[in-house]
Design a protein around this ligand. Structure first.
Ligand code: SF4
Length: 370
């Protein structure tokens, strides 16, 4: 594993990369009438500008609902990329974090891609600076470079494959079966999980998600003891000890499917707590419990909600549509290099739909393939 470690409390020249800066820019809570008014205004603007809203599961309830009510989508990063590319609208509004907007622009360079707040970034993206990453790749030219979606366009431009948490396991398995060695970046927990599951020869970058890194096994064991019938769903960006306690390990979409299809009444969910909104809509009879990030062994930098995702709000959608604020630009040369690794992933998934099946540990019944 590389020794690179990023300090997320650090200020850069603009201050924009620091979590305190992100929390300070989170839109203030609104009253119900204020929310309804802003939502109606944003919906009218989307229609007037022939734009479509693509929201991630981790953004606030109103942005998820607005996307669905106006013909957009609420999805994980894989589906967001596909949806934006295939939609007829020439303007995409991406409610999520910057690498998602960049991926949309890379896949659709002729479209206008707007974001509610361009400062919304990701600790994995920040923790993998392109120049450092290029040196890492240069030192290991015999390896296939596989990068997670949560990286900058410049890092993707250097990669052979992009993966999301939905398909990473299947793609690395495919590379291993083809006799390839892998250089993996940036999430160390996801990389280690894939290494263990596939037995592939992988060199790992030392990055982490500040949300998933916070889940704690000791407290999760106590919670499980209080809810012995609960199914435990864990995102593989979480620490190894937490993943070991899971019944299902998977991406956000795979976790959502596990709740909808699962036979259990209770679910302990270890990912950003905003996913609960969509889970409640799709599985209204189920009880959802947040996995613990607090307790004796925790520091709770995020408390299970991403500060950068939280920066997205209705007013930001209105501002970007009214004033063109928050437009994503990607250097065309970098974009042309980066699109190859994304297209390779999308082709692989199209040819191997079983690649998106959730990973069920032990003998859990009632969860089908995706
Ligand atoms: S939840 Fe984690 S991986 Fe997702 S955007 Fe936030 S910091 Fe990045």
């Amino acid at each position: 594993m590389t020794e690179a470690v990023y300090d997320y409390t650090r200020q850069d020249a603009t201050g924009a990369t620091c979590t305190a800066h992100a929390w300070a820019k989170v839109p203030p809570p609104l009253t119900r009438p204020q929310r309804e008014e802003l939502k109606a205004k944003a919906a009218a603007l989307l229609k007037a500008k022939n734009a479509v809203l693509v929201s991630h599961y981790y953004v606030e309830d109103d942005l998820q609902d607005l996307a669905l009510e106006t013909g957009g989508c609420v999805a994980d990063s894989l589906e967001m990329a596909r949806f934006g590319r295939d939609h007829a609208s020439q303007t995409l509004v991406v409610a999520g974090v910057r690498f998602m907007g960049e991926s949309a622009k890379i896949l659709s360079p002729g479209k206008r891609v707007l974001m509610p707040d361009l400062d919304a970034t990701c600790s994995l993206d920040l923790g993998c600076p392109p120049d450092d990453f290029a040196r890492f790749c240069d030192a290991h030219p015999d390896r296939q470079v596989v990068v997670y979606a949560n990286t900058s366009a410049a890092v993707k431009a250097r990669a052979d494959w992009m993966v999301t948490s939905s398909c990473a396991l299947a793609i690395v398995q495919h590379l291993k079966d083809s006799g390839q060695k892998v250089l993996w970046a940036p999430d160390k927990h996801l990389g280690r999980y894939i290494q263990q599951q596939t037995g592939a020869d992988m060199l790992l970058w030392n990055g982490a998600c500040i949300v998933h890194d916070e889940f704690r096994a000791t407290e999760l064991e106590l919670l499980k003891a209080d809810h012995p019938g609960a199914m435990v769903l864990v995102h593989p960006e979480s620490p190894e000890a937490v993943v070991k306690l899971a019944d299902v390990v998977g991406s956000t979409s795979q976790m959502l499917k596990a709740v909808v299809d699962g036979a259990a009444k209770e679910y302990i969910v270890a990912t950003d707590n905003q996913i609960m909104h969509r889970m409640r809509q799709l599985a209204p009879g189920k009880t959802l419990i947040e996995a613990p990030t607090a307790g004796n062994s925790a520091t709770c930098k995020s408390c299970a909600h991403c500060p950068w995702m939280a920066m997205n709000g209705l007013q930001g959608v209105i501002d970007c549509l009214e004033r063109g604020a928050g437009e994503i630009h990607v250097d065309p040369t970098i974009g042309r290099q980066a699109v190859r690794c994304i297209d390779r992933m999308l082709d692989f998934v199209a040819k191997n739909p079983s690649a998106l099946a959730p990973r069920v540990q032990g003998m859990v019944k009632g969860i089908g393939a995706a």
